[in-house]
Design a protein around this ligand. Structure first.
Ligand code: ZN
Ligand code: ZN
Length: 382
């Protein structure tokens, strides 16, 4: 498992480096202005010194002057993410109703005067609640939500203040791309309709240079699997860990498709749901994801210059506090296996005879592989 993850991360880092090289070459040739979408990787034969891949640091002063910033505002057991690029702003969720004034004053402290886009990930109060106060205060270009009507007062208030601006709530379609300064925002999901509100969460991919971010709201396993199967580009440096770190989100399958370096969990101290769940922390630990948590670190700000990103947190917390899973316990808990869909053999992730990626299927345990009709590889599984 560990070897597998390391290899995958290395491959991702290599991709980032290649893309960074292409970006540097394009910049040198004067090919790019503000539009990063015009960058075509692999366009130069120049060899440059190995640029550092994405790095994370927790120095409070870091990232504050970057052209791109993502703020996970500490709204307790809720979610609110402010994104800034080149002086333009968008907001993804606004916390609970009671967080409205906090979110408004945070936006003011960041110099927000208007919002290009306001996204309500889904119609639950801990996401839409504070958006009414935001819409009452800040003019917005567009307001998006997976639904246009809700049965709760907080959702109706969001609609009311949106309409008071002369705007109509819009339901965006998958594949829509919005510019935010020189960053691009892409709607990846939901890829189908769901009756479970959490699964209706708008899933956004944000690219700035070669750095990438994934916002997933409260999307749970069913929608994660559908999203992976849709073939969407899910690989990202930073993942907003779904549903406040609940075990109903962040499946192995999904995490394997995203392969983030950093995961941010927005949850409240001592919340009644027990978020983040032990299972989620264990999966994140196995995948070597650096965990950040608003319940322990307060507001978390990620700055990017398009090649590297830095992290600043309001409070300090140790790694052991952030992911208290016992590593010994998690290593004996479950071993993942990779099956070959053609030969129906399954292998340890460290096996030298792994099938091509397109023929791989991931099993989270030996028993699961056997139950699926696969038999163990004789060279790697003794
Ligand atoms: Zn939620
Ligand atoms: Zn929810």
């Amino acid at each position: 498992m560990e070897n597998f993850k390391k290899e995958k991360v290395t491959a991702q880092t290599l991709m980032s480096r290649l893309a960074a090289l292409a970006l540097a070459a394009a910049l040198a040739l004067g090919l790019v202005g503000c539009d990063t979408s015009s960058i075509v990787p692999g366009g130069s034969g120049d060899v440059m010194p190995n640029p550092a891949a994405s790095q994370t640091e927790t120095t409070p002063s870091d990232g504050q002057d970057a052209a791109f910033q993502m703020h996970f505002i500490d709204v307790g057991q809720a979610l609110s993410v402010l994104v800034e690029c080149d002086g333009q702003f968008m907001l993804y969720d606004g916390g609970n109703v009671d967080d409205g004034s906090l979110v408004v004053s945070y936006l003011q402290s960041q110099g927000v005067e208007q919002l290009q886009y306001v996204f309500c990930s889904h119609a639950h109060e801990d996401h839409v609640g504070g958006l009414a106060a935001v819409m009452a205060k800040f003019p917005a270009g567009h307001a998006y939500s997976p639904v246009t009507e809700g049965s709760t007062k907080c959702f109706n208030d969001f609609v009311k203040y949106t309409q008071q601006q002369g705007l109509q709530l819009e339901v965006p379609s998958v594949g829509t791309v919005w510019p935010l300064g020189s960053a691009t925002v892409t709607l990846l999901g939901p890829v189908t309709q769901y009756s479970e509100t959490n699964n209706t969460s708008l899933v956004l991919r944000i690219d700035y240079g070669v750095t990438s971010f994934l916002l997933t709201g409260d999307m749970e396993n069913t929608a994660e699997t559908d999203l992976v199967n849709s073939g969407a580009n899910l690989k990202a440096d930073v993942l907003q860990v779904g549903h406040h770190g609940s075990s109903t989100s962040t499946s192995y399958l999904f995490l394997n498709a995203v392969l983030p370096e950093m995961g941010v969990i927005s949850c409240g101290t001592g919340n009644k749901y027990g978020h983040p769940h032990e299972e989620t922390l264990s999966i994140l630990r196995d995948a070597k994801v650096d965990v950040y948590r608003t319940d322990l670190q307060g507001t978390i700000t990620i700055g990017s210059d398009g090649q590297n990103y830095t992290v600043a947190t309001e409070h300090f917390a140790t790694d052991a506090e952030l992911n208290p899973t016992d590593p010994a316990a998690s290593s004996t808990a479950q071993q993942a296996y990779i099956g070959n869909v053609n030969s129906k053999k399954f292998h340890l992730p460290s096996c030298a005879n792994l099938p091509a990626e397109k023929n791989q299927i991931l099993f989270s345990s030996y028993d699961e592989a056997v139950a699926a009709g696969y038999s163990p590889c004789s060279s790697c599984i003794k």
